[in-house]
Structures are given as structure tokens and as C-alpha cells.
Design a protein around this ligand. Structure first.
Ligand SMILES: Nc1ncnc2c1ncn2[C@@H]1O[C@H](COP(=O)(O)OP(=O)(O)O)[C@@H](O)[C@H]1O
Ligand SMILES: NC(=O)OP(=O)(O)O
Length: 320
């Protein structure tokens, strides 16, 4: 059987359901792992990436709450590393269990991943990435007055702290990630978009930012020469006229058609827009590459061309 390679980016609902306890998050991840095993069983090598918006924001708050001379608060890049370790650990346990239940044997590893960003990226002066819990407008405005944090309204769901979200330029660990995958290991990497670092005369230095996991996953998919980038979120498809009576789902679509829908403003900034942009960036690198945007439940159907929004250079079905 010809092996294929896919980078699977997991959205918030694949990691968290119910409250934010370790138990609830691990339960959601166990359910996710069961579905990801379908790919492995069918000869697709997977690299799993995931978001960290809620988790990294909460870790930052916990750091600040306990901040003291003897127990200094850790900065955002280090909180990002903590979130990679935490979610990676949960995912390793869940994948181990799911694989064993299907009678297979596989190694699973989490790679703490550093992603280089440009220190002059305009995102550093325009924070847009929501992290941590939701607040009322009144609470958010009060915290903004008292601290140097910024808050914005997040897609009608409430107010959240926003931080800089520079674009990924390169991924330090991509080569080792690829070697591990080629050996048949399941790799969890670029968690939370990767730890943002800049290149300096003294080596790599972490910066106060959170990279978008869809953009980082797209960059990784390119660098490891994946056949497919699979972006899993809460909806089965990307829609035009989303939530309007004229709503229409997109199935097989070309890069050109999708760019035209972006121009007409069909995709919400901060939610569907980065996914659609990442999808385009990956699909336009080669006519044999495709990006799928769908839900966890439809993920495997989508790889078989039976579900999801599939973005490719020419919009015709691409077999993976
Ligand atoms: N045009 C659109 N088509 C489909 N979903 C959309 C669209 N515009 C906004 N959305 C919303 O974007 C959400 C996905 O973004 P988000 O929740 O930020 O992603 P993640 O799953 O990575 O956490 C969908 O669940 C949907 O509610
Ligand atoms: N880092 C990141 O994109 O996280 P979310 O997907 O949780 O926003």
C-alpha cells in the first residue's frame, strides 16, 4: 500500500468540551483520538497539530495569580511551551489507548516545536489573537484600564484578551518531525501554532505572541511535503453566506474561486478566514496537494471525497 502523509490541525472542540478541567479536556481528546486512528488504519501517516487559545490564556492567568519573588510568573512564549507539553501528553495517552483498542502498535511522540517569526511582523503592533476565558464588555474594559492587556469582542461570543499573532516564517524542528513520520511514528507538533521565536545574534529568543495554528500547520504541511492538510473544526463545511437564509456549503473548490469568495467578505476574521487562507496557501503550492476543512466526525469521509470542503489548485477532486 502506497503511504500518504497528512497534517491534521485540531480546532478547539477537538480538545475541549464542557469545562476546562484536565478531566474534561482529556475526555474530548480521547474521543478525537478514536477518530484519528481511522487515518492510520488506512495507510495515512499523520502529524497532529492543535490550537491552544483557551489553554495558553489560562496558563498565563495562573502564572500571574501566583506571581511572587519566589515564584515568578512565566512569559507568554514559555506558557505556549507548557501548553504544547500538556496537550501533547494528553494526546499521547489518548492515541496510545485508541491504537491499542484497534490492535495496532505505533510509537507516538510530542515534539516541542519552535516557529520562527519576523521581529518586524506588523502583528506585533496590532494584537488580534484571542486567548483565555471570555469576559463581559464591562469586565474587559476594567481590566484594560488597570493593566496593559488588550481585549476585543470575539465573534459574538464575548470579550477576550488578544495578543500578537505573527505569521510563521519557518519551523525549526520540521526535519526531525519528518524523519519521525517517515519511520512510522505518530507526531504531535506545532501545538498552539508553535512557540514563537525570533532569530537574534545570541540565538533564538521567545516573543510575546501566539501563532495561528492553521497557518503553522500549513507551513509544516509544506515543509514535510504532506499530501493533505486537514483542518478540523466545529462545522462540516465552509459556507458562503454563512448563517444567512442563502447559506450554501462549499464542496470541491479551486483556489481561484475561494479567493474570490474571500474578496466578497464571506469568511469571518479570526475564525474561518485564517483556515481558508491556510487552505489556499497549501493547495496553491502543487496541483496534487489538497486542503480539507471539515468537522472531526466527517474527517475520514472527507479524505475519501465524501464530505467536507476540499480546496485544490483546480477544484477537481484530488485523490489522497
Ligand atoms: N463562512 C463560514 N463557514 C463556516 N463557518 C464559519 C464561517 N464563518 C465563520 N464560521 C465559524 O468559524 C468557526 C471556526 O472557527 P473557530 O471556532 O475559531 O475555529 P477552531 O475550530 O480552530 O477553534 C466555525 O465553527 C463557524 O462557527
Ligand atoms: N494557537 C491557536 O491558533 O489556537 P486556537 O486555535 O485555540 O485559537
Amino acid at each position: 500500500m502506497m503511504r500518504k502523509k497528512a497534517v491534521i490541525a485540531l480546532g478547539g472542540n477537538a480538545i475541549q468540551s464542557g469545562d476546562g478541567t484536565a478531566e474534561a479536556q482529556q475526555k474530548a481528546i480521547e474521543n478525537t483520538a478514536k477518530q484519528l486512528v481511522d487515518f492510520i488504519e488506512n495507510g495515512i501517516d499523520i502529524i497532529i497539530s492543535h490550537g491552544n487559545g483557551p489553554q495558553v490564556g489560562n496558563i498565563l492567568l495562573q502564572q500571574k495569580a501566583a506571581d511572587s519573588v519566589k515564584n515568578p510568573a512565566m512569559p507568554l512564549d514559555t506558557c505556549g511551551a507548557m501548553s504544547q507539553g500538556m496537550i501533547g501528553y494528553w494526546m499521547q495517552n489518548a492515541m496510545d489507548k485508541a491504537i491499542k483498542e484497534r490492535g495496532m502498535v505505533k510509537n507516538i511522540v510530542t515534539v516541542v516545536t519552535r516557529v520562527v517569526v519576523d521581529k518586524n511582523d506588523p502583528a506585533f503592533t496590532n494584537p488580534t489573537k484571542p486567548i483565555g476565558p471570555f469576559y463581559s464588555e464591562k469586565e474587559a474594559r476594567k481590566i484594560m484600564e488597570e493593566t496593559s492587556s488588550f481585549f476585543k469582542e470575539d465573534a459574538g461570543r464575548g470579550w477576550r484578551r488578544v495578543v500578537a499573532s505573527p505569521k510563521p516564517v519557518s519551523i525549526k524542528e520540521y526535519s526531525i518531525i519528518n524523519s519521525l513520520v517517515e519511520q512510522g511514528t505518530i507526531v504531535i507538533s506545532v501545538g498552539g501554532g508553535g512557540i514563537p521565536v525570533i532569530e537574534t545574534e545570541n540565538g533564538l529568543v521567545g516573543v510575546e505572541a501566539v501563532i495561528d495554528k492553521d497557518f503553522a500547520s500549513q507551513k509544516l504541511a509544506e515543509l514535510v511535503d504532506a499530501d493533505a492538510l486537514i483542518i478540523l473544526t466545529a462545522v462540516d463545511n465552509v459556507y458562503i453566506d454563512y448563517n444567512k437564509p442563502t447559506q450554501r456549503k462549499l464542496e470541491d473548490i479551486s483556489v481561484g474561486e475561494l479567493k474570490a469568495f474571500i474578496e466578497s467578505g464571506h469568511f469571518a476574521a479570526g475564525s474561518m478566514l485564517p483556515k481558508v487562507e491556510a487552505a489556499i496557501h497549501f493547495a496553491e503550492t502543487s496541483p496534487v496537494r489538497k486542503t480539507i476543512i471539515t468537522s472531526l466526525n466527517q474527517a475520514f469521509n472527507a479524505i475519501e471525497g465524501k464530505a467536507g470542503t476540499v480546496v485544490s489548485m483546480h477544484g477537481a477532486p484530488v485523490t489522497v
